[in-house]
Write a protein that binds this ligand. Structure first.
Ligand code: MG
Length: 187
C-alpha cells in the first residue's frame, strides 16, 4: 500500500521488544520476545517507520551508565539488521522519575520530535507498549491508537488499574499487535 505521508510505529523497549529484566544493561541479557522479529518485519513491509521510545531511569538512578545502554542498543540493532529490520531512531529518557525530563514517557515529546525530524504523520501512527505510560504517551501525541501488549507488565495492567484515554487495542504480543495494525490500516 502506498501513502502520501509517512507513518510510524513507536515501540516501547522493555517488555515489548525484549524480555523484561530488572534494569537491563548487559547485552548478554538482551532476549527478544517470541514473534518480535516477524512482527517488526510485517510492520516494515507495510511501510511503517520503526522507532523505539524507552525510559531508562536506571541511568538517572546511577544503576548503570549511558554507555551500557548504548551497548545494549547496538546489539538490538545488530540483531534486527540481521533480519532486515531497520530502526529509524531510538529515543531514550535517562532521567529518574521526578527529575526534569524532556521526553520521559508519558511525555509525547519524542513522538513530536519524530514527527518533525522524520516527517511522520502521528494521526496515522501507532504506539505499542506494556505500561500505562506508553499508552498515555501515544494518546498525548495524537496517534491513531495506543496498543497494549500482554507481554512484560501488560497482562497485569490489563487485569489491574488500566485507564483508557483514547483509541485503544490489546494484543497478546508484538506480533499480534502488528497484525492488528496492518488490518486496521487497510480498512
Ligand atoms: Mg516496557
Amino acid at each position: 500500500m502506498t501513502r502520501s505521508f509517512k507513518a510510524a510505529v513507536f515501540l516501547d523497549r522493555d517488555g515489548t521488544l525484549n524480555v523484561e529484566r530488572h534494569y537491563l544493561h548487559k547485552p548478554d541479557e538482551l532476549e527478544l520476545i517470541d514473534g518480535v522479529i516477524e512482527g517488526l518485519q510485517l510492520l516494515q513491509q507495510a511501510n511503517f517507520q520503526l522507532f523505539v521510545v524507552t525510559n531508562q531511569s536506571g541511568i538517572g538512578r546511577g544503576y548503570f551508565a549511558e554507555e551500557d545502554m548504548r551497548l545494549v542498543h547496538r546489539k538490538l540493532e545488530h540483531i534486527l539488521e540481521s533480519h532486515g529490520i531497520n530502526l529509524a531512531h531510538i529515543y531514550f529518557a535517562p532521567e529518574a522519575p521526578g527529575e526534569p525530563s524532556r521526553g520521559r514517557k508519558p511525555s509525547p515529546q519524542f513522538l513530536l520530535d519524530a514527527s518533525r525530524d522524520y516527517q511522520i504523520s502521528l494521526e496515522h501512527s501507532y504506539m505499542v507498549g506494556d505500561k500505562q505510560c506508553d499508552l498515555d504517551c501515544g494518546w498525548a501525541a495524537g496517534v491513531a491508537a495506543s496498543v497494549l501488549v500482554r507481554t512484560g507488565y501488560g497482562a497485569d495492567l490489563e487485569r489491574g488499574e488500566l485507564t483508557v484515554r483514547g483509541s485503544f487495542h490489546v494484543a497478546d504480543d508484538l506480533l499480534a499487535a502488528a497484525h492488528w495494525i496492518r488490518q486496521s490500516e487497510t480498512q
